[in-house]
Design a binder for this molecule. Structure first.
Ligand SMILES: [Zn+2]
Length: 383
């Protein structure tokens, strides 16, 4: 699964000031009773009790995070961001330390509703948010300083919620993909094999998830390159980049598409199948292109391998959130399941999965009316 983290995660049994921070955040969000868990700060260290764990699970569920009831880096950051609501502070673009928080998400959603391109509503005040905000300020006769202060807030509030049903930025995203035609020449695609270096991921006997997804990534790279695309891998065999480095790499490469590869394992040997993940909060904000590619890739793999279809799911994982292009994570089966494992250890099957991913990429970049049925499409080789 995901590659975290340098922070020691907090969970049942943890105690101390970090736990009481978490509890304060949960209380301010109304997820934890004021008099309940962790009350009575004067009586020694705060303890991560059952009520805290439940509140954390609830929070993770609504935010589209992995639900494990523990507070690692990602959940901790999401908790601190959730404390801000629009109007609590001035918002502006700081390239050194980008402002993050739910207030930024509200601003972005508001601008998008009004038809301004503020980038993805990801809660990070970036260059696109600033551009969108300046355009809004110009149109409404405000000082176009790119800072969201009291005057801008007033204007945003006065406008009310007039626009409904539109998701302009998502529509724009789809349009620009279709415009650029059916072939893969000129497409830049980043393939991200999970783990690596000292992080093996899950293991299957002598083989590791890290090695298997790297092999798969190289097969995908070969096929995409043969079809005309420019392909970059985020790592070699001996590196284990952080999520930040992986996403920065893709952003710097100005990729059109980001594909992250993992395999799963589970305590129950019955767990098996293929799942895909795209950026989305579950509350309506998501990447339509990401969702479509997550669907295409998973269905192509399932159609060609006979593995179980576990569906596509919106997540706010850092890897999906920090990438500025449509980003998808594909979990290609369970190393803990006897049949999945046999398949994944077979090089031919990994070749089949790579072909499935190529077909999904081709279908993504084809206009809808030229879209052939799943499992059949092969682009003629370029000469
Ligand atoms: Zn993994």
């Amino acid at each position: 699964m995901g590659s975290e983290s340098s922070m020691q995660p907090l969970g049942p049994g943890s105690s101390g000031p970090a736990v009481s921070d978490v509890q304060a955040a949960l209380r301010s969000l109304g997820l934890l009773e004021p008099g309940g868990a962790g009350a009575g700060a004067s009586v020694g260290p705060e303890v991560y009790d059952q009520a805290t764990e439940l509140a954390v699970r609830h929070f993770q569920q609504v935010r589209g995070l992995s639900v494990d009831g523990r507070v690692g880096e990602e959940t901790y950051r999401a908790l601190s961001e959730a404390r801000w609501s629009l109007g609590d502070r001035l918002l502006h673009h700081d390239p050194e330390r980008p402002v993050r928080g739910d207030d930024v998400t509200s601003l972005q959603e508001r601008l998008l509703e009004l038809g301004y391109d503020a980038g993805r509503a990801d809660g990070i005040f970036g260059r696109e948010t600033e551009d969108g905000l300046r355009a809004f300020q110009r149109d409404y006769g405000l000082a176009a300083d790119g800072t969201c202060g009291p005057a801008t807030l007033r204007a945003l509030r006065q406008l009310g919620r007039k626009v409904t049903g539109g998701r302009p930025q998502l529509l724009r995203q789809s349009a620009s993909l279709v415009d650029s035609g059916p072939h893969l020449i000129g497409r830049r695609i980043v393939v991200d094999p999970g783990h690596g270096g000292t992080d093996p991921g899950f293991t299957a006997g002598e083989t590791t998830e890290a090695d298997l997804v790297l092999d798969l990534a190289r097969r995908i790279e070969g096929r995409l390159a043969a079809a005309g695309a420019t392909v970059y891998l985020t790592r070699g065999r001996d590196q284990d980049p952080t999520p930040e480095q992986r996403t920065a790499f893709a952003n710097d490469a100005r990729a059109d598409l980001f594909i992250s590869l993992h395999m799963d394992a589970h305590g129950s040997e019955h767990a098996r199948g293929v799942a895909s993940y795209y950026y989305g909060t579950g509350s309506g904000t998501s990447s339509t292109v990401g969702e479509r590619f997550a669907d295409l890739a998973r269905r192509e793999v399932v159609a060609r391998t006979g593995m179980l279809d576990l569906g596509g799911h919106p997540k706010t994982w850092d890897l999906l959130r920090w990438t500025r292009m449509p980003a998808v994570r594909l979990d290609c089966g369970y190393l803990s399941h006897p049949v999945d494992r046999l398949l994944l250890l077979d090089a031919r099957l990994r070749g089949t999965v790579a072909s499935a991913v190529l077909a999904a990429v081709q279908r993504l970049f084809l206009p809808a009316d030229a879209d052939p049925p799943t499992g059949t499409f092969v682009l003629p080789q370029r000469v």
